[in-house]
Each structure stands twice: as structure tokens, then as C-alpha cells.
Design a protein around this ligand. Structure first.
Ligand SMILES: Nc1nc2c(ncn2[C@@H]2O[C@H](COP(=O)(O)OP(=O)(O)OP(=O)(O)O)[C@@H](O)[C@H]2O)c(=O)[nH]1
Ligand SMILES: [Mg+2]
Length: 200
């Protein structure tokens, strides 16, 4: 399978109406960088539903990252021309377990999922992977390489996450458009080469 030349990543192409479209779920644990990735890639004004975490939510919110004051409570939304004839609708899910039912709802109609991971929070990745698999979504794992996070060899990461050999595992920087786009390309390649013809 091949993708045509990519559209200018800085452009905000209008929809022609004859493109192929796909809904993609961007999932991952708390603070994996989902909102950062969707907002960085979107070629339209993204939708954000981040809310400030206050002491009122201390019992239920994750509070181990003092610099992170907001968390997604419903979804991120963005749109990206990945190529001139393929448009992705990106739905970023909340990362905290109490919002998992929202992730389930957001997954409806998705072609696949990009699962973002910070290697410092691998334990929080397992329930996300479990959920995505239970939902029947094909997925790629993108390690969002935070400064100071352990650099773990891919083979070891595959083992600890129990990834199938065919599941793409890529590294990215969610703050960088090209890097994030490459992670999505890996997912799309996987989806287009593993999706039954009838579902295309
Ligand atoms: N150093 C570094 N910081 C990042 C990266 N990606 C995101 N961040 C920062 O990490 C913080 C968390 O990013 P978010 O995009 O809010 O994470 P999220 O996965 O949407 O978080 P929730 O919605 O709360 O689950 C933000 O302050 C980002 O600026 C990255 O690749 N490297
Ligand atoms: Mg978020």
C-alpha cells in the first residue's frame, strides 16, 4: 500500500468531498500527550475539553504532576489531511480511568487507535491496551519520548506490553508535527494492510 505525497503540513486544506475519511482514536494514559498531539496536528481549530484539576478532585484526579493543571474530561477533536485524498478525524480520549466510558463511546466508528505511552507510566498503559483490544480496535503504540523518561529497547517494550508482532511500535514527540504525523502514518499503514477489504 502506498500513500500519495503528503499535503503541506502547514496548510489548512479545505475538504473537497472526494477524499477518503477515517476516524482515529488517540488514546493513552493520563498525561501521555494526547491533547498535545491532536492540537499539534489539526489543520482546523481543534476542539478541547480540558478542565482545571482542583483540590476538589484530589481524591479522584491524578495529582503526581504538579506542572499539569488541566486534564481532558471529554475529548479532543482535530482534522488532518494526511495525504491529498485521505482525511483523518482525530478523537483524543481522556486518559484517566474514571473517564474510560467516554473512551468507549469515542471509539464507536473508529478505524483504529493510536495509543500514546510515556515509559514512566507503563503500568497505566495496560488497562488502556486492554480496553482498546476489548473494543476490537486495531492500534499502533507510539512512545512519546519525554525528556528523562527511560529509553527502553523496543523488544523489551513489546514484551512488557505483550504486543503482537504485527502491532506497530514507534517513537514520537507529541509536540512535533512531523514526528506525530509519522506515528499516524505507521498506524494508517497498519490499518490499511490489515483491514478486511469489506470494511474499507
Ligand atoms: N517534554 C514533553 N512534554 C510533553 C510532550 N507531550 C506533551 N507534553 C507536555 O505534557 C503535558 C501533558 O500533555 P497533554 O497533552 O495534556 O496530555 P494528555 O494525554 O492529553 O493528558 P490527559 O488528557 O490529562 O490524560 C503537557 O504539559 C504537555 O505540554 C512531549 O512529547 N515531551
Ligand atoms: Mg488531554
Amino acid at each position: 500500500m502506498s500513500l500519495p505525497a503528503f499535503a503541506n503540513s502547514e496548510a489548512s486544506p479545505k475538504l473537497r468531498g472526494d477524499e477518503r475519511t477515517a476516524k482515529i482514536l488517540v488514546a493513552g494514559h493520563f498525561a501521555a500527550g494526547k491533547t498535545t498531539l491532536v492540537h499539534g496536528l489539526s489543520q482546523i481549530a481543534p476542539v478541547s475539553t480540558e478542565e482545571v484539576m482542583t483540590s476538589a478532585g484530589a481524591d479522584v484526579d491524578y495529582t503526581d504532576l504538579p506542572d499539569k493543571s488541566k486534564t481532558t474530561v471529554a475529548m479532543d477533536f482535530g482534522r488532518l489531511h494526511l495525504s491529498h485524498d485521505l482525511v483523518l478525524y482525530l478523537f483524543g480520549a481522556p486518559g484517566q480511568p474514571r473517564f474510560f466510558p467516554v473512551l468507549e463511546d469515542l471509539s464507536i466508528g473508529a478505524l483504529g487507535a493510536l495509543v500514546l505511552v510515556d515509559t514512566r507510566r507503563l503500568a497505566e498503559t495496560y488497562p488502556i491496551l486492554q480496553l482498546v483490544e476489548n473494543l476490537g480496535l486495531r492500534y499502533a503504540v507510539a512512545i512519546n519520548a519525554f525528556a528523562g523518561a527511560p529509553v527502553i529497547p523496543d523488544q523489551r517494550l513489546r514484551e512488557v506490553m505483550a504486543l503482537d508482532d504485527g502491532t506497530p511500535l514507534v517513537w514520537c514527540d507529541a509536540r512535533d508535527r512531523d514526528s506525530s504525523r509519522d506515528a499516524l502514518i505507521a498506524l494508517i499503514h497498519h490499518l490499511l494492510t490489515h483491514t478486511p477489504e469489506a470494511a474499507r
